[in-house]
Design a protein around this ligand. Structure first.
Ligand SMILES: NC(=O)c1ccc[n+]([C@@H]2O[C@H](COP(=O)([O-])OP(=O)(O)OC[C@H]3O[C@@H](n4cnc5c(N)ncnc54)[C@H](OP(=O)(O)O)[C@@H]3O)[C@@H](O)[C@H]2O)c1
Length: 332
């Protein structure tokens, strides 16, 4: 079968596209005929060797996938051939990646794909949707009527945060880099969309949240968080989520933080158990069926152009080019 793989970590150009053996599903695995995969920043960190994971040789890249069950191992109970499935968490901790015509995936990492999702949409919303749900609900305990702030409203995680928070009855403030992205966030129900370059950004957040005493949840997606600023904008008993920027070492305002009874949660989605992730996936499927889940696809590549797809992700997430609006999806 064809796959996108690496033989050693390096720049996006180390990604090769070619023939590798088709996997045989183990007893607890499902063989998926892949319809679509999506790129995430973590894929580029693993490929570059910045995030160390055990790599095979060749090592198929990619976390997210969606497709159709081709065959199941003898102990698989939740799926049968012909079922449509989506999932994430491949390419991690020694698991093979998803960027191939077929992927053998442990059944605990797969979820049924509802009719409202194409494979492209299911893959585009996979890792980012689970991440947003873990942050908002498992960690921050978001409740209806609370106000959430998220940076980067059309980013992978930001878009998922907006949509899941709105589906839960929260108010959402988000930031974007241009007016086209603003309109997109508004179409998902964001209540206040601001340009992150606006010099009066914090005044506008304060105005919007004055009636609620500040923000109840701050979901930080940026690799250089701003704790001093964030703490100042929170209401008493607010919750701050941090989940990006491994190298970040900002100063932290302990005094202002504790006198507001604030809490801060950090998490990496790949540490969540299969049961925790499945709860997120079921909520995402339900949000889709209720019309609240619309992952934005910014660019579609053939799988053979996986190197270009990784480069585009890096240009945007790391170099801040702003040339991408939504997720990068590839089709085998
Ligand atoms: N801990 C975890 O489990 C976990 C899971 C997923 C992702 N992550 C991490 O979370 C981060 C975001 O991931 P992603 O997939 O959402 O990335 P992404 O799709 O590249 O989104 C990044 C967003 O940041 C926005 N942005 C750029 N400069 C900004 C600024 N100065 N102020 C505010 N927003 C700005 C961009 O907005 P414009 O496009 O409008 O410029 C874009 O929407 C990455 O570092 C990733 O590694 C962590």
């Amino acid at each position: 079968m064809k796959a996108a793989f690496i033989r050693e970590p390096g720049a996006a150009s180390v990604i090769q596209y070619g023939d590798v053996p088709k996997p045989e599903p183990q007893p607890t695995e499902v063989l998926v005929k892949v319809g679509a995969v999506a790129v995430n920043p973590i894929d580029t960190y693993i490929r570059a060797g910045i995030v160390k994971m055990p790599l095979g040789n060749p090592h198929i890249i990619g976390c997210d996938l969606a497709g159709t069950v081709e065959a199941v191992g003898s102990q698989v109970r939740r799926f049968k051939p012909g079922d449509r499935v989506w999932g994430s968490n491949q390419n991690l901790f020694g698991r093979r990646g998803s960027f191939a015509e077929y992927a053998a995936v442990g059944e605990e990492w797969l979820y049924p794909t509802p009719c409202c999702m194409t494979d492209e949409v299911a893959a585009a919303g996979a890792l980012v949707g689970i991440t947003a749900h873990l942050g908002l609900f498992l960690n921050a305990g978001l409740k209806s009527g609370e106000t959430v702030f998220v940076n980067g409203g059309t980013g992978g995680v930001g878009a998922a945060v907006i949509q899941l928070a709105k589906a839960a009855g929260a108010k959402v403030i988000t930031t974007v880099g241009n007016d086209t992205k603003k309109a997109l966030c508004e179409s998902w129900g964001a209540d206040c969309v601001l340009n992150y370059r606006d010099e009066k950004l914090d005044d506008r957040i304060r105005e919007f949240t004055a009636a609620n005493g500040g923000l109840q949840v701050w979901f930080e997606t940026q690799r250089e968080p701003t704790p001093d600023r964030t703490v100042g904008l929170m209401s008493n008993r607010g919750r701050i989520i941090v989940m990006a920027g491994r190298a970040a070492r900002p100063e932290f305002p302990i005094g202002p933080f504790y006198v507001k009874d604030l809490r801060m949660f950090g998490f990496a989605m790949f540490n969540a158990t299969p049961a925790e992730q499945r709860e997120c996936a079921e909520a995402i499927n339900a949000a889709c069926e209720a019309g609240h889940w619309q992952p934005q696809i910014g660019k579609v590549f053939p799988l053979s152009e996986a190197a270009a797809a990784h480069q585009m992700q890096e240009d945007n997430t790391l170099a801040g080019k702003g040339t991408l609006t939504g997720k990068i999806v590839l089709k085998p």
